[in-house]
Design a protein around this ligand. Structure first.
Ligand code: FES
Ligand code: FES
Length: 168
């Protein structure tokens, strides 16, 4: 067994897991953080995207043991009890998702992008989301949402007609 202690969404968590356990499996099965999804399990779809030490990763490709001592942010760590994160709010306002399965991964990729680049060009947004596959949408509204979130996060104001943030 491998002993793992890591910080997840600001909280220190520990587990003892078989060495082949992925970070995705650790999150979902040990800690009941089921926002990151198991899609392809081979690094193709991005449904399992989380951030590790500030960088987006496919958690299906990282072993739990490799995350030992590191800081992990999952979709569950974005909203506060009374307010969605601006990226989540923008995805809702722009109606960017349909079934939603890809959503947590897309939003975590967008978060990693906007943390590093607060005012990305459309091409940079497309590039940042290139590893996140969506079977339902045409991606256009996702890109619009990332642009809107970027504006809000820069303090440049919300999109005209956007609904006020509501409780998660
Ligand atoms: Fe990890 Fe598809 S489940 S990339
Ligand atoms: Fe269904 Fe993206 S909204 S897979």
């Amino acid at each position: 067994m491998t002993d793992v202690t890591l910080k997840i969404n600001g909280e220190t968590r520990s587990a003892s897991v078989p060495p082949e356990t992925t970070l995705l499996k650790l999150l979902r099965e040990q800690f009941n953080l089921t926002g990151a999804k198991l899609g392809c399990d081979v690094g193709d779809c991005g449904a399992c995207t989380v951030m590790v030490d500030g960088v987006s990763v496919n958690s299906c490709l990282m072993l739990a043991g490799q995350a030992d001592g590191r800081e992990v942010l999952t979709i569950e760590g974005l909203a506060t009890p009374d307010r969605l994160h601006p990226i989540q709010q923008a995805f809702e306002d722009c109606a960017s998702l349909q079934c939603g399965f890809c959503g947590p991964g897309v939003i975590m990729s967008a978060k990693a992008l906007l943390d590093a680049n607060p005012d990305p060009a459309v091409a940079e947004i497309r590039d940042a989301l290139a590893g996140n596959l969506c079977r339902c949408t045409g991606y256009t509204k996702m890109i619009e949402a990332v642009q809107e979130a970027a504006k809000v996060m820069r303090g440049a104001g919300a999109r005209r007609g956007a609904k006020p943030a509501r409780a998660a």
